[in-house]
Write a protein that binds this ligand. Structure first.
Ligand SMILES: [Mn+2]
Length: 457
């Protein structure tokens, strides 16, 4: 029997909402998982990637991480990990540094056996390079085997990686795939193999509503009963409290009503996310945020989701300039490669001195994928002749553009974009390189609190 903690998407170093308190929260969540590992005397901690939020963690994050890993090492519990898209660097990986310090094992295509289970690793690989993967894993002589991987695997949300194909082509039969990247915890069975995400250990976005936690995975055919060779249980983590307040205003109601509804919650030290919908008078988000802070909130973010309808030509909400920019970019239907370049330039995380190098790297990463240079079809200008909606072509993956292909639907797609859960999925899929994800992440600072899940995957 082998019993491990399976965690991932720790995102250490993420100063969410520009808050140093939140930055510490992400490190504390990692410490909490490791404490549980030591207290529960598990055989190993398996980390499925995105230990760090970006590829340049600050010294304080590195020192905090090393202290935590040392605690695990003092308890003789191995830390087995792969590299995620957020933390991946061109040269060496942070994980290699920890391995050299004797604090971690970087999993790969050779087995790392703990107890009677062999663990293998698959780092995040951009979509454009996945065809080259041969899933050739060296043989093992353990009783069980698990693949630890970072990516968006089927059958879960936003998936772009074919799990059946991975299992088919793998030279080793896996009892479980222990995954990272998707921040939503879930478990499913694919061709007799358990496939599971533990979810992130702190909410990296306000869309991550359910409680955070990790998996406790036991490889033991006897203990699990039935045909199962692995048992996956979820353990909860005590993380920063988020308070979600949804206010639907009626005619004649305004800021006072919003304040009244916010006041009814326990805001103490919480991240407070307020969404205003319905009718009623305009609301100044900053005023409500200040009110929530006065009431004890750590951070408050207010979003007025009501469209400011003045005129069909002008439907930009100045509550969120980033949204307006995205909307306009969407209309331009840039190619995936152009999107990459645009983001490198606009993102406030890429320092000016790095823009040239970042752009060069992003374009290079796209070179193997000719589709990446095609303009997305389906924008209003070129497809007003009706039946283009379904003839958008094989490279048409942008759902919101499909909406826009029908001129009558233009408003609808605008509404879609005001919904943080509906950002351009195709961008995320295409722009799957670590660079872009980072850019997304920090570029979202202007819309803190209403960032979509996929920005953080
Ligand atoms: Mn992640």
């Amino acid at each position: 029997m082998t019993r491990v903690i399976h965690t991932g998407d720790t995102h250490i170093g993420y100063a969410q909402y520009h808050s140093p308190v939140r930055r510490q929260d992400f490190l504390d969540a990692f410490a909490a998982v490791i404490d549980d590992a030591v207290d529960g005397d598990v055989d190993a901690v398996v980390h499925a990637g995105d230990l760090f939020h970006d590829r340049r963690p600050e010294l304080s994050d590195l020192m905090g991480t090393i202290s935590i890993l040392r605690r695990l090492d003092d308890a003789d519990i191995p830390f087995l990990a792969v590299v995620g898209n957020h933390e991946s660097t061109r040269d060496g990986q942070w994980l290699d540094l920890f391995e050299r310090l004797g604090l971690a094992t970087r999993l790969g295509d050779e087995p790392t056996t703990v107890g009677d289970t062999a663990f293998y690793g698959l780092d995040h690989v951009p979509v454009s390079r996945r065809d080259d993967l041969d899933y050739a894993f060296a043989v093992h002589d353990a009783d069980y085997a698990a693949l630890v991987a970072h990516g968006l695997f089927e059958p879960f949300g936003y998936a772009d990686w074919d799990t059946e194909e991975v299992l088919d082509e793998s030279t080793v039969a896996f009892d479980a795939m222990l995954l990272g990247d998707n921040h939503t915890p879930d478990v499913a069975e694919v061709d007799g193999t358990w496939v599971t995400y533990p979810g992130s250990t702190e909410r990296a976005s306000a869309s991550e509503r359910e409680g955070r936690g990790y998996n406790l995975v036991t490889f033991d055919a006897d203990a699990t009963g039935g045909d199962d060779r692995a048992e996956i249980r979820r353990r909860a983590l005590d993380t920063r409290r988020f308070v979600f307040v949804e206010v639907e205003l009626r005619e004649g109601e305004g800021e006072a009503s919003v304040r009244e509804q916010v006041r009814q919650h326990d805001l103490d030290d919480a991240v407070v996310i307020v969404d205003v919908t319905g009718d009623g008078d305009p609301v100044t988000p900053a005023a409500v945020e200040e009110f929530a802070n006065d009431e004890g909130a750590l951070i408050a973010r207010v979003t007025d989701r009501r469209e400011i309808e003045t005129d069909d030509e002008v439907d930009v909400s100045f509550a969120d300039p980033e949204d307006a920019v995205r909307e306009r970019l969407d209309e331009m239907s840039l190619s995936a490669a152009a999107d990459d370049v645009e983001e490198a330039i606009r993102a406030d995380t890429v320092p000016d001195s790095n823009v040239r190098e970042t752009v060069k790297r992003r374009v290079e990463e796209r070179l193997e994928d000719p589709d990446a240079f095609d303009r997305k079809s389906g924008d209003i200008e070129t497809s007003t002749d009706g039946d283009d909606a379904d003839g958008a072509g094989p490279d048409e993956t942008d759902l919101s553009n499909t909406d826009e292909a029908d001129p009558d639907d233009a408003d609808l797609s605008d509404t879609d974009e005001a919904d943080p859960d509906d950002t351009d999925l195709s961008d995320t899929e295409d722009a799957d390189s670590d660079d872009t994800d980072d850019a997304d992440t920090d570029g979202s600072s202007a819309i803190d609190g209403q960032v979509s899940m996929e920005d953080y995957l």
